[in-house]
Write a protein that binds this ligand. Sequence first.
Ligand code: ASP
Length: 341
Amino acid sequence: MDSRKVLVIYTGGTIGMMLNSETSALEPFDFEHLYNHLPVLQNLNCKIESYSFDPLIDSSNMNPKFWIRLAEVIEDNYDDFDGFVVLHGTDTMAYSAGVLSFMLENLSKPVVFTGSQLPLGMIRSDGRENFITSIEIATAYENGNPLIPEVCVCFENRVFRGNRTSKVNAENFDAFISGNYPSLAEAGINIRYKRHFIRKASTEHLKVHKNLDEAVFILKLYPGINPAVTNAVFGIKGLKGIIMETYGSGNAPTDAWFLKALEEAVDRGILIVNVTQCKEGSVEIGKYQTSLDMGRLGIISGKDITTEAALAKLMYLFGRYNDRQKVAEMFGVSMVGEISE
Ligand code: ASP
């Protein structure tokens, strides 16, 4: 069997930094000479090619235009490779993996996001393991079928569904969690694939959606939120959707002014989605009296979706459908495994 081909797409971030021994400065990894820097890659039964963005970005500078370019790189190379590894800063990786999971409809090949907490070029770097495991995941096929034909995040020996992840640690190597969905694979001595939790490859042609609508906002509730803040947010010109991060199982203040502000916003056509600030568990409208009004006001339950995936999904849905009702209907159902049914 021919060896598999993987395209490594370098967007920037810590993982790609090497130490220049002459200047002692960290500088971007030279993927043209990948095998010279990481000769161990020759032992993997695959061919690696690379594509580097120019300029490379720290992922704190991530934006929808970049996501579209990233999706295009995958689209342009889709037929020529068996899998893709996206090297990406950790700060916004969960957002990027989330949005790509919606943009790449009918995916049938692995798209593996990875990064690291320490640059590749540092002795204790976690980047080397993350990179190598990601290449293995991107090229893992059985009987001609990819084992993880999903947009996923590979970090610190675990592979998660991309749209289920959140970055939760700025210090430790295990920086990501997938609070509401099990890992798809775990890498120990062997890589154990949890087939039962992995989506099936699509049999349709890849369709890349390149319209993302930025007219959305994330409103995190906090004790002390007041009418001035709320009205300023709901009054943003052209705003189409709000992801409202509520407490616990979807609870919010029951003050009359707050409920009135929500009601008026919904009446003006703003779609409000209720997601929880908790990293595990789900919104359950009506569990407490403090969430009862959410249902009555026509606020959509985000169920157990992450804030990152909710933002990605709203941008994608408003980019695709110019119809609030359609977006509202689609939001509540799982499209690519981002919500538990
Ligand atoms: N600030 C960096 C980034 O997200 C951190 C990292 O790479 O992990 O690009």
